[in-house]
Design a protein around this ligand. Structure first.
Ligand code: ATR
Length: 315
């Protein structure tokens, strides 16, 4: 109710004038001269679920912040960010198409953001503008907490080496997997990613495979995988080609697909479920990347259940 406080309350007021103004005021967000600003920048951004999720968590934590959505066209990104910095905005999430521009714009970036080549969370700090990629933590923590997966010593197969794939690959190795196989349609992109990751994780094995040319080798890594993750757009709908046939995946493996859907499952995940495999979509990753941004900006651990509930209500 409070995330749409004014709109709901006005509707309420005209429909039921008997509600005392004093009670109504308690239901409205109390914005004051002390209220700090957070938000998400995208183009477009109206579809974003982040305001609902963050405002619910901010209220639950009793923090005097508001989180808004800012539609910012690509050519205005830098001007907008400089304005935010000057105006004392605390933090901004960046979504499409700004994640790469944000990386170049920030004065300090985390290793995750550098490897992912994407900043999804900007923190305006006194010593400069800091860029993080909280998708990495979102992915790792969702696998750990929502699927009970322990990365340590595991063989992992990752489909995709684009923006999302780069963040997920870093997370897989950082979390302690023994062997990562990166499968991509364009092999060169997987090889470039491997070359960047290998020096950071010298004790872990990384191999690269071409989606359409290395069928036997892909079957072999799927047969020993503890986790198979998809970061491509393949397999969303029933009519789409799937990243792989789940029949090839080792029994007991967890199958992860990065999109989140209203049904809570993609076509590929439903095929995997039919094979008896445990599956996870990107819903938890979305919540947990938000929680990581929230912590960076406020220094407070958010109530993750509040974030899950707010997102479920919106999606
Ligand atoms: P995102 O930021 O969502 O990861 P991206 O950077 O464009 O988007 O990456 C998309 C990924 O999906 C890439 O790994 C891409 O493979 P290529 O590197 O060969 O382009 C993969 N992908 C997209 N469409 C695909 C298709 N039809 N078949 C196979 N892979 C596909």
């Amino acid at each position: 109710m409070r995330e749409n406080g004014i709109r709901c309350a006005e509707g309420f007021l005209s429909a039921r004038p008997a509600i005392p103004r004093k009670i109504l005021n308690c239901m409205l967000p109390a914005i004051s001269t002390h209220t700090r600003l957070l938000g998400v920048a995208g183009w477009p951004v109206q579809h974003s679920l982040s305001p609902a999720m963050h405002n619910a968590a901010l209220r639950a934590a009793g923090l005097d912040f508001v989180y808004l959505a800012f539609p910012i066209p690509p050519e205005s990104f830098e001007t907008a960010m400089r304005g935010f910095a000057s105006a004392g905005v605390v933090g901004i999430n960046c979504t499409l198409p700004h994640k790469g521009t944000a990386l170049d714009f920030c004065q300090h970036v985390s290793e995750e953001a550098r490897i992912a080549r994407a900043v999804n969370s900007i923190h305006f700090r006194p010593d400069g503008i800091y860029g993080a990629n909280t998708d990495v933590e979102g992915f790792v923590e969702s696998l750990r907490q929502d699927a009970g997966f322990d990365f340590t010593g595991q063989n992992v197969v990752l489909f995709g080496a684009g923006g999302a794939g780069r963040a997920i690959a870093y997370g897989i190795l950082k979390a302690g997997a023994a062997h990562l196989s990166i499968v991509n349609r364009t092999l060169d992109k997987a090889v470039v990613l491997k070359d960047e990751l290998a020096p950071l994780f010298p004790d872990q094995a990384i191999s690269t495979l071409a989606l359409h040319d290395d069928a036997d080798a892909i079957d072999a890594v799927l047969a020993t995988a503890g986790l198979v993750a998809n970061s491509t757009s393949l397999g969303l709908k029933d009519s789409d080609p799937q990243p792989c046939d789940p029949v090839k995946i080792a029994q007991g493996a967890v199958v992860f697909d990065a999109p989140y859907t209203a049904e809570g499952s993609t076509a590929w995940l439903r095929s995997a479920q039919k094979c008896g495999l445990k599956t996870l979509d990107g819903f938890g990753m979305l919540v947990r990347q938000g929680a990581a941004s929230f912590r960076i900006w406020t220094g407070v651990e958010p109530d993750i259940q509040v974030m899950f509930d707010a997102l479920k209500k919106k999606s």
